[in-house]
Design a protein around this ligand. Structure first.
Ligand code: MBD
Ligand code: FE
Length: 283
């Protein structure tokens, strides 16, 4: 694993920026709502100039900010910066009226079209993939308790060193990424490995900010999901493990009590298993 261990923030940043641009170009829309832009850009600028006045910001500090913002772009870390420090608020607003399962932020490392894995199958991983084998079972239902056959779960997570395939060098293209189709009862059974706690890249502009502010770079171990079913609202979620030291101080503020799993020793094979059900709101 030497190649991935040498991954640079700027590599994953450049990939995350390029992937985001591709997806954004495909997204519909593009109609500018001038009133919203005037309101939101105006409020954002006022929030910053208010801080300048309240905190008596100096030219030295202003220039440090300017240099840092330029560096965020050069390191390709705008997706990382925004998803770590801002997305959680957007997610709360977007999903405040949901009645089914809670979701949380998507983060910068989602890729669509991951390979479909057969029922009860194992996600793509290297033959010597380090980590505890982990079986994830459950059911997708509607808010009225109806099973949702044919629901689709997309799963992606980092490896034991905290790297995501296609964002760090040296990993197979779809390592630890897969698409799983639920059976006629809306049930799924997924085999993977238990992910490790994750540190956001520390050698780029975001890492520089974290160090300068005396913060830490950790997210608790997590598995990312998108769950789709016909006629229902997509859920984007992440699930976490009890006892992780960073469940209470996730740098991305994306942990919710409803998203904690309850892993148990697997009675059928080596490793652990857990059950977690997704409840989807009708569209
Ligand atoms: C991640 O893996 C992640 O999930 C988030 C939200 C931010 C940075 C890296
Ligand atoms: Fe993640």
């Amino acid at each position: 694993f030497t190649q991935e261990a040498t991954a640079k923030a700027a590599d994953s940043g450049a990939n995350a920026s390029a992937r985001f641009r591709e997806r954004q170009a495909q997204a519909s829309g593009g109609v500018v709502d001038h009133e919203r832009v005037e309101l939101l850009a105006g409020k954002a600028i006022k929030a910053l100039t208010d801080i300048v006045e309240e905190e008596q910001v100096s030219y030295e500090e202003y220039n440090a900010l300017k240099a840092w913002l330029i560096q965020v772009g050069e390191d390709g870390e705008w997706p990382l910066f925004l998803d770590v420090w801002i997305e959680h608020a957007v997610e709360e607003v977007a999903n405040q009226d949901r009645e089914g399962s809670k979701g949380t932020i998507e983060g910068p490392y989602y890729l669509d079209n991951s390979p479909e894995v057969e029922w009860n199958g194992t996600i793509d991983m290297r033959p010597d993939e380090p980590g505890t084998p982990f079986v994830f079972k459950g059911q997708v239902t509607s808010t009225t308790g109806e099973p949702l056959p044919g629901a689709k779960l997309e799963l992606w997570h980092a490896d034991s060193l905290g790297f995501y395939s296609q964002f760090a060098p040296g990993l197979p293209e779809w390592n630890l990424r897969g698409t799983f189709i639920a059976n006629e009862d809306g049930e799924y059974e997924i085999h993977t490995i238990r992910p490790a706690p994750y540190q956001i890249p520390t050698d780029g502009a975001c890492g520089q900010l974290i160090e300068a502010a005396g913060w830490h770079a950790w997210r608790p171990a997590h598995m990312h999901f998108k769950v789709h079913a016909p006629g229902h609202k997509l859920i984007t979620s992440q699930l976490y493990f009890p006892g992780d030291p960073h469940n209470d101080d996730d740098i991305a503020s994306a942990v919710k009590p409803e998203l904690l799993l309850d892993p148990q020793p697997n009675p059928d094979e080596e490793g652990e298993m857990t059950t977690y059900n997704f409840v989807l709101d009708a569209e």
